[in-house]
Structure formats: structure tokens, C-alpha cells
Design a protein around this ligand. Structure first.
Ligand code: GLN
Length: 446
């Protein structure tokens, strides 16, 4: 398979993968060939796809880029990869990420750093940095990522590719290792909008295995590609022109607005007044859910075990050795805000503000069909630039986080470059379950 030739050429520099599944891929290629001979060819048959390493693949190492799962081989298949398997895709490998998807640069991986293919001194974004870099570097045709606060869209924007975060409940989370269950969604990272629509056709849909999966019909997403976008009302939130937004990013956004206008769209200024609370709200809710979800890594059932003098000592040694600094920071923050006495002041307050943020969007969508913003305030930053400053790192998700809090679908598509040749991303946010509309608009823009 040619993709492995390419991987051989570039992977040493980019380091997008944790595991390459070469042998498996050749077997899958044979299966794909047989399917074709049997007349069962479809759109994904034989297509090389990479999968983020927090999505369980039966019999294949799935680490979440954490030392605590360094040897975890899932005994079951996630729903999304099962759907890909049923279409005879080819798994290229499992991609690098921030440990348990906590981060915005892939520097929090417990194993190695992934480089941005456009500039090897820069980060690919995160947490799905391996998936975005693999697509950008032509190490696969497409990839799956997961997005809790921007982890599909922000790396897609840093790597100049397309990344779609579906509506909460649109794609099954069965087999996705939980980070913050009320925010996590799986979605495609692709080279173009049409490929995102094709992948959505395969992975979306109700699943009995996920109790938060939405029992809603899915359209044929590809049917919306090429449809007219004249008359679409495009909201531009005034709160997103924040201090700290890169001048060039702002310029690219203004050009994008002009371009959409030339295609017949009508720009409308809107207000999302609770935007300034989004980052704080997200980091309370995400850390609370994470502290609870990550309690299962105790050295007993699977993964790393560091022996201790008794059970408690074993728990402590395993968790101290197995988790990286960012994961520990989040478990401590989450445990704090969930603890008696603080719950009302922090977690409960955050849930209330989450509702206000959601209502901001509902009000805006009474007036407009879509909302556009930059995906990230800056293009890809340098490796090491923000790693010692968690707050700075958290701010790189300022434009993507509200979308997860409100459960909405949003895409990041390339919209030009900065002066030093780094890709800039445009985010299109849609109404609940309007991925089709987002894809229609994104395709026309592209
Ligand atoms: N960067 C955000 C965080 O660190 C979002 C991560 C994600 O979407 N998985 O939590």
C-alpha cells in the first residue's frame, strides 16, 4: 500500500502515530480486494484511514497516549470503527494525542511529541494532533479524532485540513475512552469537505450501545454538497474579536466574510454575551467529569500496575507513575470542584452558566442560519511555547469550547495562510443536527 511508503518517508519527522498497523493493514487490504471481487465495493472500501488512540480497536493497542494504558488491548471494537470495518476500510494506525485528550498541542502525550508538517518546529494542535498531522502529511486519506473542547477543529486549523465536530449525540461514543462524557464527540479529519461528508455518512447514526446517542434520522450528507447557499444568513459574534486575536487571523476572517458575501450569503452581527465565561465554565465541567471518569485507572482491571505494600499503596504508585502532569492537574481540579462544600460554588454554578451559553446560541439562531468565527486565535505556535503556562494553553480553545458546552456541530476549514506560510482555519457553527447545512456551506466556500 502506497501510504506506507509515504509513512516511511515522513513519519520519522512528523511522528503522527503511536502504533502503525502495517500487517493488519495488509490483511484488511486483502479483505477489501475480496469485497470488491464479491461486488461489495462501496465508497470506503480500501481507503487508508488513521484512528485516534482513544478509540478502541479490538486486538489493537489503544493507549490514549497514557503510560497508564501502555499495554491496553481492547477486547471490543468501538461503534465507529466497527462501521468503518463493515465498509472494508484499511486501518493505517493509531494516532498520537494529548494524554486522555487533555491538551491543545499534542505535547501532553505520554510517549512523544508530534510535529506540524507545515513547520516541524511548531505543534500540530491538539488533542487530535496526530490525526490532523497524519492527514496533512499524506500519511492517510482521512482520520478520526475526538473533540471535547476543540480537539478536532483546532488541530485541523493548525494543519490546514478539514475537521468536523458533530452535534452531541450524532455519532456514537461507544468505545471512545471517556474524558468528559457530556462534551466528547468523535468526528472526521479530512483533506476536503466532501471527504468529511462521506465519513459522516458512515459513522453517524443512532446506536443502542450509547445511551446519549440521538434517535434521529441521518440525511445523506453528500447530497448537500454543491447545493446553492444564496440567502444564508451568517452570524458574526462581536464577542469573538477579542484582544489577543492574531491580526492575520482577523484579516483572513474578514476575507472569508467577503467571500461568503460574494456567494450570496448575508452577514449579520450577532451577540453571544456569555462568551467570556466559556473557558472557565468548560474547565470546571471538563475537569469534574474527567476526575470521575479517570477513577477507573487503578492498576486492578487493566493497564499499568506498580506493586505496592498494600492495595492503597498500589493505587497510589500506579496512578502517580501512570498519569502525566496535565492529567493529574485536572483530576485534582475536578475532585476539588466536586467535593462537598465546593460543589454548589463551582460545579453547579458552571452547569448554570453552561445553560446561559446554550441559550445565547439559541437566541442567535433565531436570527441566523450559521455562525462563523476563526477556529483558533493564532496559527500553530512553537513547540514548548505554552507548555509551562497551562492558562495560555487553555486559551487556545477560546473559540471552540462554547460549541461543546452547547452541544452544537461545527467544522473547521482552511481559509488561507499567515504571512509565514502557516494555515489559518475558519469555523462554521450550525444549529443542532445541521451537519448537512454546515457541509453545504463549507463545500461552497472551499
Ligand atoms: N484543549 C482542550 C482541553 O485541553 C480540549 C481538548 C479536547 O477537545 N479533547 O481540554
Amino acid at each position: 500500500i502506497d501510504v506506507f511508503k509515504r509513512i516511511q518517508e515522513v513519519e520519522e519527522k512528523v511522528k503522527a502515530f503511536i502504533t502503525l498497523t502495517v500487517e493488519k493493514a495488509y490483511n484488511m487490504a486483502r479483505d477489501a480486494e475480496n469485497a470488491i471481487f464479491a461486488g461489495k465495493k462501496n465508497i470506503l472500501t480500501g481507503i487508508p484511514i488513521a484512528v485516534k488512540d482513544n478509540i478502541c480497536t479490538k486486538g489493537i493497542l489503544t493507549t490514549c497516549a497514557s503510560k497508564i494504558l501502555y499495554n491496553f488491548i481492547p477486547p471490543y471494537e468501538s461503534t465507529v470503527t466497527l462501521k468503518l470495518l463493515n465498509n472494508n476500510y484499511i486501518l493505517v494506525g493509531k494516532t498520537n494525542m494529548d494524554e486522555f485528550a487533555m491538551g491543545s498541542s499534542t505535547e501532553n502525550s505520554g510517549f512523544h511529541i508530534t510535529k506540524n508538517p507545515w513547520d516541524l518546529e511548531r505543534v500540530p494542535g491538539g488533542s487530535s494532533g496526530g490525526s490532523a498531522a497524519a492527514v496533512a502529511a499524506d500519511e492517510c486519506i482521512a482520520a478520526l479524532g475526538s473533540d471535547t473542547g476543540g480537539s478536532i477543529r483546532q488541530p485541523a486549523s493548525f494543519c490546514g485540513v478539514v475537521g468536523l465536530k458533530p452535534t452531541y449525540g450524532r455519532v456514537s461514543r461507544f468505545g471512545l475512552v471517556a474524558f468528559a462524557s457530556s462534551l466528547d464527540q468523535i468526528g472526521p479529519i479530512t483533506k476536503c469537505v466532501a471527504d468529511a461528508a462521506i465519513l459522516m455518512n458512515v459513522i453517524a447514526g443512532y446506536d443502542v450501545m450509547d445511551s446519549t446517542s440521538a434517535p434521529i434520522e441521518k440525511p445523506d450528507f453528500t447530497e448537500y454538497l454543491g447545493k446553492d447557499i444564496k440567502g444564508f444568513k451568517i452570524g458574526i459574534p462581536k464577542e469573538y474579536f477579542i484582544e489577543g486575536i492574531d491580526k492575520e487571523v482577523e484579516e483572513r476572517l474578514n476575507e472569508a466574510i467577503k467571500h461568503l458575501e460574494s456567494l450570496g450569503c448575508i452577514p449579520v452581527e450577532i451577540s453571544l454575551p456569555h462568551t467570556e465565561y466559556a473557558v472557565a465554565t468548560y474547565y470546571l465541567i471538563a475537569t469534574s467529569e474527567a476526575s470521575s471518569n479517570l477513577a477507573r485507572y487503578d492498576g486492578v482491571k487493566y493497564g499499568l500496575r506498580v506493586e505496592g505494600k498494600d492495595l492503597l499503596d498500589m493505587y497510589m504508585k500506579t496512578r502517580s507513575r501512570g498519569f502525566g502532569a496535565e492529567v493529574k492537574r485536572r483530576i485534582m481540579l475536578g475532585t476539588y470542584s466536586l467535593s462537598a462544600g465546593y460543589y454548589e460554588a463551582y460545579y453547579k454554578k458552571a452547569l448554570q452558566v453552561r445553560t446561559l451559553i446554550k441559550q445565547d446560541f439559541e437566541k442567535a439562531f433565531e436570527k441566523v442560519d450559521f455562525i462563523i468565527t476563526p477556529t483558533a486565535p493564532t496559527p500553530a505556535f512553537k513547540i514548548g511555547e505554552k507548555i509551562d503556562d497551562p492558562l495560555q494553553m487553555y486559551l487556545s480553545d477560546i473559540f471552540t469550547i462554547s460549541v461543546n458546552l452547547a452541544g452544537l456541530p461545527a467544522i473547521s476549514i482552511p481559509c488561507g495562510f499567515s504571512i509565514n506560510g502557516l494555515p489559518v482555519g475558519l469555523q462554521i457553527i450550525g444549529k443542532p443536527f445541521d451537519e448537512a447545512g454546515i457541509l453545504q456551506l463549507a463545500y461552497a466556500y472551499e
